[in-house]
Design a protein around this ligand. Structure first.
Ligand SMILES: NC(=O)CC[C@H](N)C(=O)O
Length: 319
């Protein structure tokens, strides 16, 4: 099978601008997340895309420097932190299978002893947050996740959006239910409110397409940060994180995304999608309108177009 290949910067710029132009003209844009009040007021008419090659400068189009709430994309960075801290013992408390259910579903937890199917659905990320609190306060753990994002994105200005975090803290009954259920099953150690304080704040980190694309490069580069050659994760762990992104990163639409795009992906209800092109680049597309499964409608279309134009699907180019 042919491997994805590098595309020269000028050609990539034309491809991204063409995608941004076409997407700008689309009338069906999905719906902003309503259940987090602060996200419900974001302007639907925005779209950005940025490609960060592992060995070159980022290329972008549209609103690629506008900050948005990274939401569940933060689960990639918190998982990375947890693997750095506790290694493979993490897998005793969270699985590695797609759930086939919505990201905030509780049904499987009851049949499966409070062990979430994977780290990219809400209960899985809540367990990962608990793991990060083993030797730290939630303030310290938020700073660690934030600092990881800052280092990887090479941008010290990245912050938690406090209004979004407060909004989630006030309205997060469903996440509280998930956390209490896992606590009752013995799969949460720290107090529920401490775990959620970390979880809601990591979801509320605000980043742009360009920052997120740059931050994701280590997953395309066998676990090494291309900025300084440092090891973020071992090559094996980086491969495993991307495998989980392919299987579970778009919740109960992960199969559909693999079918249509064929790249490991992680989406968030802020409208961002981070995709990894192994050995080549990390890419982020963003538009706040979501489809019924909670994935950005236009960012998903943008990735279909990108893969068609570049041949970057890990399953081979479309001919
Ligand atoms: N899918 C998402 O992005 C969900 C994250 C959001 N903070 C929640 O807990 O519901």
């Amino acid at each position: 099978m042919p491997r994805p290949s590098v595309i020269e910067t000028g050609e990539l710029q034309v491809i991204l601008e063409d995608i941004a132009d076409r997407v700008a003209g689309m009338s069906e844009r999905g719906k902003v997340a309503q259940y987090i009040p602060e996200l419900a007021s974001v302007d639907l008419n925005q779209f950005g895309i940025a490609v960060a090659p592992i060995d070159g400068a980022p290329v972008s189009a549209g609103n690629a420097d506008t900050l948005f709430s990274i939401q569940s994309i933060s689960k990639v960075f918190s998982l990375t932190e947890a693997l750095q801290h506790v290694g493979a013992t993490l897998w005793q408390r969270v699985g590695r299978e797609p759930s086939g259910d919505p990201f905030n579903s509780i049904v499987q937890l009851e049949h499966e002893r409070g062990i979430p199917r994977n780290p990219f659905i809400n209960p899985g990320a809540i367990v990962v947050a608990d793991v990060l609190l083993e030797d730290r306060s939630s303030d310290e753990a938020v700073n660690d996740v934030l600092n990881l994002c800052r280092t990887l994105a090479e941008d010290a200005s990245i912050q938690v959006d406090k209004a979004v975090a407060d909004s989630e803290m006030r309205t997060g009954s469903r996440n509280r239910a998930l956390a209490h259920f896992m606590k009752a099953e013995g799969n949460l150690k720290a107090p529920v409110e401490d775990v959620l304080s970390l979880y809601f704040r990591q979801c509320s980190i605000a980043m742009s397409c360009r920052q997120l694309a740059v931050a994701g490069r280590y997953l395309a580069a066998a676990g090494q940060n291309p900025a300084d050659g440092s090891t973020v994760l071992s090559a094996q762990r980086a491969r495993r994180v991307t495998a989980l992104m392919m299987m579970c990163g778009s919740y109960d639409a992960s199969g559909e995304f693999a079918f249509r795009v064929g790249l490991p992906a992680k989406s968030g209800v802020g409208g961002g999608i981070l995709c990894i092109v192994p050995g080549i680049a990390s890419v982020t597309a963003w538009s706040p309108g979501l489809d019924a499964k909670g994935n950005s409608h236009l960012a998903s279309i943008a990735f279909q177009e990108l893969v068609r134009a570049t041949g970057w699907s890990v399953f081979g180019p479309s001919v």
